[in-house]
Design a binder for this molecule. Sequence first.
Ligand SMILES: NC(=O)c1ccc[n+]([C@@H]2O[C@H](COP(=O)([O-])OP(=O)(O)OC[C@H]3O[C@@H](n4cnc5c(N)ncnc54)[C@H](OP(=O)(O)O)[C@@H]3O)[C@@H](O)[C@H]2O)c1
Length: 335
Amino acid sequence: MKAIHFDTPGDPDVLRWVDRPDPSLAPGEVLIAVRSAGVNRADVLQRRGLYPPPPGASSTLGLEAAGHVLAIASPTAASDPLPAWLKVGQPVMALLAGGGYAEQVAVPVGQVLPIPNSVSLEEAGALPEVFLTAFLNLFHVGGLPFGSGQSARVLIHGGASGVGTAAIQLCHAAGLITYCTVGDAARAQRCLKLGAHAAWNYRETDFHAQVLQATRGAGVDLILDCIGAEYLDRNLRSLALDGRLVLIGLMGGSQANLDLALLLRRRIQMLGSTLRALPTARKAALCADFATRALPLFERGALRPIVDQTFPMAAAAFAHRALDSAHFGKLVLVR
Ligand SMILES: NC(=O)c1ccc[n+]([C@@H]2O[C@H](COP(=O)([O-])OP(=O)(O)OC[C@H]3O[C@@H](n4cnc5c(N)ncnc54)[C@H](OP(=O)(O)O)[C@@H]3O)[C@@H](O)[C@H]2O)c1
């Protein structure tokens, strides 16, 4: 098969569309003929040699893909059972530990999801990684209420990112009060349209002051943070009593001074989380919960992947360059 490959880490030009060995299909796995694959910040870090794939994962880039089922291996006692809906030839999308930038990818059956009718095959390649990251960290790790009628206040950093656009929509669907940070006024407007109650330009305003004003000094119950060190102090000061800081990225660095008194006084919890490194069984449980609680919301049009641009898969280098410039939502490779 053809796949995007690089021999030495480096800038986007190291990415080449070349012949690679077909993926082998292990028991309990599904082989997918890839039609679309989402581009994620993690792919850029991996290309630069800063984020190696977890043990056993494909070294090919790509954490999510959509396409048609080519083959289904028999399940084992240890693997997840085959769902009744899964058939050869069917369109599906999948959460991957790697391997999406390719003509074919093999994935454990528990990470394969049906594509909602409202979502195209192209859009579906941009759905699993960011929506499952947001769903995991808001509702499983972060413990926010989902559809229980209770509310909470949430701050999402990077509202215009792939993860941010998914998180805003999920919070809106869950009835939560949502604020976000973005890099310009146009992207702020688009976040409001997705359901954010306020979107603050991090280049012009201090989100900590804005949070205190918006919540009348109370603070937010959860912050979904992809910035890390640069925002740590202001994040802690923006949380309410019993608030949770869920750290999913380190775009603003990993080393910071921490005032532990803030944690103590406000009973704050700090939680770190990476979806890619979770054991297969936990990914399968997450996908099953997402399929039950979130996929119906796509069918109803309450959730949708936000695709900014598509690129031919063979031209992945252009997509990687585009990820480093202003975009709203997802960049997708198609073939
Ligand atoms: N832990 C996990 O399991 C996991 C999984 C997936 C993703 N992630 C992380 O989630 C983050 C988003 O990933 P992605 O692929 O969706 O990214 P992306 O689409 O490339 O977006 C990056 C975003 O970061 C925003 N940003 C940059 N500097 C900022 C700042 N100082 N304050 C607020 N926002 C800022 C940018 O906003 P503007 O363009 O508006 O300036 C942009 O929207 C990354 O850090 C990624 O590593 C973690």
